[in-house]
Design a protein around this ligand. Structure first.
Ligand code: C5P
Length: 221
């Protein structure tokens, strides 16, 4: 239907940072605001899709008309994403922490004679790669993001292949671009055989244009 190009489609979106605990009161995280992911969830809902948004802790309101699942750690996010399948389209916009602390202390770590603690890390699951490589439950369209500070398009191409997704939305987050936490974004759409650079625009604008593109891709597939 005109105006509702995703009617009848199920869309899954991840957004925001994850929080990886150190002890009961401390964590490791990053500066992701969730603005781009939340905007995509909203735009997909406005395009008529049934949308589930799995988000880490952000200061944004839940988008209207979207089923929102709040999580903290990467492992919780993976479990929530798997529980939200099947989906026709999955967009992974979350800034998932690459590592978590290997053994989370049961009690608050104390200052003391032993000096500062040393933390050992283990790798978190790659949620995007896990879902893109799911046999039967793989969504028809799997979209990843790439936040790069250099060689943006080359790095995105490599990521596309490594993660097994259909499209990478690459953005330049080099210091001075104002992308991280800001309201505007310059993105490059990278597929196995094309690269397109979009004019700098609001994250809402990127979200609407991306949703339009995804609707075209899924209609053609
Ligand atoms: O490898 P890198 O973190 O640059 O990849 C970014 C893309 O992969 C984003 O789409 C992000 O949401 C996703 N990702 C993920 N799980 C991870 C790491 C990244 O889903 N553990």
């Amino acid at each position: 239907a005109v105006g509702h190009p995703l009617k009848g489609k199920r869309v899954l979106v991840t957004s925001g940072p994850t929080r990886e605990p150190i002890d009961p009161v401390r964590y490791i995280s990053n500066h992701s605001s969730g603005k781009q992911g939340h905007a995509i969830a909203k735009a997909a809902a406005e395009a008529g899709a049934e949308v589930t948004l799995v988000t880490g802790p952000v200061s944004l309101a839940d988008p209207v008309g979207v089923t929102v699942v709040h999580v903290e750690s990467a492992r919780d996010m993976l479990a929530a994403v798997e529980a939200a399948l099947p989906a026709d389209i999955a967009v992974f916009a979350a800034a998932v922490a690459d590592w978590r602390v290997a053994s989370v202390a049961d009690n608050k770590l104390k200052k003391g004679a032993g000096g500062p603690p040393s933390l050992a890390f283990v790798e978190n699951p790659d949620i995007l790669a896990t879902i893109a490589k799911h046999g039967s439950k793989r969504p028809q369209l799997v979209v990843g993001f790439a936040a790069e500070t250099e060689a943006v398009v080359d790095n995105a191409r490599a990521k596309l292949a490594r993660k097994g997704c259909d499209l990478i939305v690459a953005n330049d987050v080099a210091p001075g671009t104002g992308t991280f936490g800001g309201d505007a974004n310059t993105v490059h759409l990278v597929t196995p055989d094309s690269v397109e650079t979009w004019d700098r625009q609001s994250k809402d604008g990127v979200a609407r244009a991306l949703v339009t593109r995804l609707a075209e891709m899924i209609a053609k597939a």
